[in-house]
Design a protein around this ligand. Structure first.
Ligand code: NIG
Ligand code: FE
Length: 413
């Protein structure tokens, strides 16, 4: 068989292949780097890869691209974003800088609730165009797959509008989108005095409708002080599981409530944030293979502490890293900056960081059979970085190192 495309002369070909489970401990560091490598692509998938060049794969119609000795990684995966939303929140920036806590802004009807108002009043096209612009930015930094949550509607029609925007963008845009229903992102103002009633609506009306329309694969809840309690989160996510959703949660972001422990009890696919997670919670996550999807951009942007990634890795929790792109706690699409914070904030090594935004992030959205590593049969999603090695990408921070991006074998950046 001949390849459609061969990328040759790859100085460092970082494959991330090897294990069929989320990487933990030493295996987060132990990554395969092929010096002077090539990747052969056929029908958008990887046909072959290795050292040097396999001339047998070159036919009359094969295109050959030269990677000029640069560094190639799998396409980066952003496994936690709030991609589709209306408006922005720079009006709250000076409050934040002057020390007003994130949860106080929310309690006073701002924060998430301010974006809920903007999302309700935005048209489908406005949401689509804004999210498309963000996807273009993400792709330019090397992100080829994103997870996108609803949660700025808090009523059935707006939640569905957000998920339908994500579905349409998944069809139209080169970046793949995996959708998560997050109707339990905040208590809507109308239910402030009766949150249980809203929880019932999420469980009995919203989730069955989203399932029926097949608009989301995952369900997520913001389990936090003054948002959803551990009991409410348990109730929502158990119902979600019964309906066939896979579950994740925003856990122990600001207050240590036992979200990490709950993620273990529920055998969630991931628990995200975890800045205030207890050591016991981390141990239970490790025992139950729950991925810690850490979001250091949120710590940076909220000017708060970083999650204890070193402790999690030591205890055997698989760690992934994502942006949490949203208009409040982390307004950036730039996954490379998150990788740099993974090292400079979370003290992860560059190899651990790369594992966290590739294969472990693929497991965090249950797509590791298709993406997350460069291996025969997987999608040909890959990034050429204008860098001599991965350390350089992390060390030289704040700029975009992308030279080219391929999505399913097509040059898209
Ligand atoms: O993951 N923490 C809850 N949700 C988002 C923030 C959403 C917002 O502030 O608009 C997060 O940080
Ligand atoms: Fe989030």
């Amino acid at each position: 068989m001949k390849a459609d495309l061969i990328i040759k002369n790859i100085g460092n070909l970082i494959t991330m292949r090897g294990e069929n489970k989320p990487r933990v401990k030493e295996s987060m560091k132990d990554i395969e780097i092929i010096k002077d490598g090539y990747v052969a692509i056929k029908d958008g998938k990887i046909l072959d890869l290795g050292k040097g060049l396999n001339e047998d794969l070159i036919g009359n119609d094969t295109q050959v691209h030269d990677a000029k000795g640069l560094t190639v990684t799998p396409g980066l995966i952003d496994a936690h974003t709030h991609l589709v939303h209306g408006g922005s929140r720079e009006n709250e920036f000076s409050l934040k800088i002057s020390g007003v806590p994130y949860l106080d802004i929310l309690k006073n009807g701002g924060g998430i609730l301010s974006t809920v108002r903007a999302t309700k009043s935005a048209s489908f096209d406005e949401l689509y165009n804004k999210a498309k612009k963000s996807l273009n930015t993400m792709l330019s930094y090397g992100t080829t797959t994103v997870e996108a949550k609803s949660g700025y509607g808090l009523d059935i029609d707006t939640e569905i509008k957000q998920l339908e925007v994500a579905k349409k963008l998944n069809e139209d845009h080169p970046v793949d989108i995996v959708s998560t229903f997050m109707g339990a992102h905040a208590i809507p103002t109308e239910y402030k005095g009766n949150p249980e009633e809203y929880v019932n609506i999420v469980i009995n009306e919203m989730m069955p409708r989203v399932k029926e329309l097949d608009l989301a694969e995952f369900c997520d809840v913001f389990c936090e002080d003054a948002v959803f309690t551990v009991d409410q989160t348990r109730r929502i996510l158990n119902s979600a599981k019964e309906l066939g959703f896979k579950v994740k949660l925003h856990a122990d972001e600001i207050v240590s409530l036992g979200g990490a422990e709950l993620s273990a009890e529920l055998k969630a696919i991931s628990a995200d944030h975890l800045m205030a997670a207890s050591e016991q919670g981390m141990r239970e996550m490790a025992q139950n293979n729950v991925i810690a999807n850490l979001l250091p951009g949120t710590s940076f942007s909220l000017m708060k502490n970083y999650a204890d990634a070193r402790k999690m890795i030591e205890l055997g929790v698989p760690v992934s890293l994502s942006t949490d792109y949203n208009p409040g706690s982390c307004p950036t699409e730039n996954i490379q900056f998150i990788m740099q914070l993974g090292s400079l904030g979370l003290k992860m090594t560059p190899s651990e960081v790369l594992t966290a935004v590739t294969i472990n992030a693929a497991f965090a959205i249950d797509k590791a059979d298709q993406i997350g590593s460069l291996d025969i049969g997987k999608k040909a999603d890959l990034v050429i970085f204008d860098a001599p090695n991965i350390e350089y990408i992390i060390y030289h921070f704040g700029i975009n190192h992308v030279d080219r991006v391929y999505k399913e074998g097509k040059l898209v950046v």
